[in-house]
Design a protein around this ligand. Structure first.
Ligand code: NAD
Length: 499
């Protein structure tokens, strides 16, 4: 058997060991005997080196015409396409989600690369009339500078790509700090950047913990922008650190997303959507369906069908193509899931399916949990309020669309929402009134596409939107430019007076 590889950081165009000389292991959550690799357990000195390298590379990169930067990103997309299957397999090994989903994760990076490549020839500024004669007024986007990118484990390539690719097309240089549970996908992604011809120092990778790498990165004086995706708890500390030095900071954080199922819904379609929304990625998506709010007239039939379909789900290693739901990411996340099952039972909710860790054949070496459904959940219960980030979904009852929308809005989060109904009036009211950055009609809360803005309201975000054209507002500053070609001093607001 091949011995597992030791992967290194990528700084100033070279694959380098950490100054700490320490490494950490990454193991397959479906089979702890499967060692994916060893990675650098980096420290603040590695961050300093990576930031210095990004700073050195910045002037040449930002001076390069955006269409040329974009050509390299187009090449990056092609390379990822060529390697898609191998990248998806390694991603399933490192974080457990099933192959179809890890293929989708790589595809999202490909889509982002191609979208950004087109942006290299757009990135529109505006030209407006000047108030004085013989004067030109226009605006243009300029890069922010050195960007620190801190990412979670649940979308190991898609999320780094949402940040890194737009940052680059805008002319910034970056340091990527991936989650410790999913470093291999970031190594593969950065290797593809290197192979696409992106110059040394433009992209840097430093692996290690939040404390030893993330924290020095976000506090570094030469880092102008921090883009973070992760929990609301850590996001709050990132926000504080950036406020201290007025760094630009974009935050994408937790969710407690709800699907509303009305009494006029196509119930089979709603059950399909709820299964995918709640148990896709083992419920470990920021947009996962964590609550299902069902109209009381549809409740009995919905629950019967939903539980029956959930019982049929095949749980196991994501490398097995017949499996529909993989493991939880690690033991600690599994314990969190178990603790919420206990909390739910203590709060008086009824366990309608699952509720236990899976052991025995096919499950004994991993961190598996049954797909779990609670019914009789009340809006104020912790089960209905707190992000669980696992395969646990709560079913709540509502007597009307207004009540359902009020329940959907009754949490601190506001990422994604959905409604199943055949009534166009109800659909439009929900589209307008559900407090969420993303909303679906007759589709589940998961499944964003890269050409629309992505992000949430309330404590899910801080007002930024990744993806689409809106991501440019994160990674650029606006510069307003006035050109006076009158040959004489003209004073705005003063020389404009009429006779
Ligand atoms: P996390 O907050 O634990 O970690 C995210 C990243 O922050 C990791 O790279 C981690 O190492 C780093 N980090 C941890 N402590 C840090 C510190 N003190 N200073 C600097 N960096 C630190 O989140 P996670 O467990 O990796 O991911 C799950 C969470 O991410 C969930 O809450 C989920 O909702 C959220 N998420 C949100 C979105 C979104 O777009 N809104 C997308 C995916 C995941």
């Amino acid at each position: 058997m091949e011995s597992p590889r030791t992967y290194t950081n990528f700084i100033d165009g070279a694959w380098t060991e950490s100054t700490t000389r320490e490494t950490f292991e990454n193991r397959n959550p479906a089979d702890r005997d499967d060692l994916v690799g060893r990675f650098q357990k980096s420290g603040p000195e590695d961050v300093n080196r990576a930031v210095a390298s990004a700073k050195k590379a910045l002037p040449a990169w930002r001076a390069m015409p955006a269409p040329r930067r974009a050509e390299m990103l187009y090449r990056l997309g092609q390379i990822l396409m060529d390697r898609k299957e191998a990248l998806a397999r390694d991603m399933t090994r490192e974080m457990g989600k099933v192959l179809n989903e890890t293929r989708g994760d790589v595809q999202e990076a490909i889509d982002t690369a191609f979208y950004a490549a087109g942006e290299g020839r757009r990135m529109f500024g505006e030209t407006v009339p000047a108030e004085l004669p013989n004067k030109w007024a226009m605006s243009m986007r300029v890069p922010v500078g050195v960007c620190g990118l801190i990412t979670p484990w649940n979308f190991p390539m898609a999320i780094p790509s949402w940040k890194l690719i737009p940052a680059l097309v805008c002319g910034n240089t970056v340091i990527l700090k991936p989650a410790t549970d999913t470093p291999v996908s970031s190594v593969h992604f950065v290797k593809a950047c290197e192979d696409a011809g992106i110059p040394a120092g433009v992209v840097n990778l430093v692996t290690g913990t939040g404390q030893a790498v993330g924290s020095p990165l976000m506090n570094h004086p030469d880092v102008a922008l921090v883009s973070f995706t992760g929990s609301t708890e850590v996001g709050r500390s990132v926000n504080r650190a950036c406020a201290e030095s007025f760094k630009r900071c974009s935050l994408e954080m937790g969710g407690k997303n709800a699907i509303i199922v009305m009494d006029d819904a196509d119930l089979e379609l709603a059950v399909d959507g709820c299964l995918w929304g709640a148990f896709g990625t083992t419920g470990q998506r920021c947009t996962a369906t964590s609550r299902i709010i069902v109209h009381k007239k549809a409740m009995a039939e919905f629950v019967e069908r939903f539980v029956a379909r959930t019982r049929e789900l095949r749980v196991g290693s994501g490398l097995d193509e017949s499996v529909q739901m993989g493991p939880t990411i690690n033991e600690s996340q599994l314990k969190t899931v178990e603790s919420y099952v206990e909390i739910g039972l203590r709060e008086g909710a009824k366990l309608a399916n699952g509720g236990h860790r899976l052991t025995g054949k096919g499950h004994d070496k991993g961190t598996f949990h049954e797909p779990t459904i609670f019914t009789g959940v009340k809006p104020a219960m912790r089960l209905a309020q707190e992000e669980i980030f696992g395969p646990v979904v709560s079913v709540l009852e509502a007597g009307s669309a207004d009540e359902a929308i009020a329940i959907a809005n009754g949490t601190i989060y506001g990422l994604s929402g959905a409604i199943y109904t055949r009534d166009v009036n109800t659909a439009f009211r929900a589209m307008r009134d559900v407090e969420a950055g993303i909303f679906y009609v007759n589709a589940p809360t998961i499944g964003a596409e890269v050409q629309l803005p992505f992000g949430g309201v309330k404590q899910t975000g801080n007002g930024h939107r990744e993806a689409a054209w809106t991501v440019l507002d994160i990674f650029t500053e606006w510069k307003s430019i006035y050109v006076d070609f009158s040959g004489s001093l003209q004073r705005a607001q003063i020389d404009t007076e009429r006779d």
